[in-house]
Write a new protein. Sequence first.
Length: 153
Amino acid sequence: MSSTPQARPDPPEPDPFDEDEFLVWRGFLRAHRTITDELNRRLERRHDLTMLRYGVLITLVTHPDRTLRMTDLAEQVLTSPSGMTRAVARLTDEGLVEREQDAGDRRSFVVRLTPLGLRRLREAQVTHHACVRELLFRGLDRADLRRLADLYR
């Protein structure tokens, strides 16, 4: 007598999204992908900067002395330590940042934005702002923007 396995019913989806939740989630993912892909393309084409390298520059400009430890920088830019090392090496080669040992912890490195890096960032911000306004903010009025800001806060 041969035994054939009984087909088991698929387990149900736990707490599924309702239609509106699903549409919002899918729309968010599509918008994020569309905007980041296009922004990366424009930044690379016009400024020879990837989103990651732009992220390094924009993060450094917001910190005192425009300086940050590599590990903190990687965490704030949301990349791996190895990804940050490659990005900082490229930016260093271009003279946009400087990297040196942390005087307080010789095992760590700090990264500092250079004047050239600041100029390059400011040029790239024109592209960044225009792209985001075109792809994300277009069609939204001031009340829509405030509502989204409140939601994301």
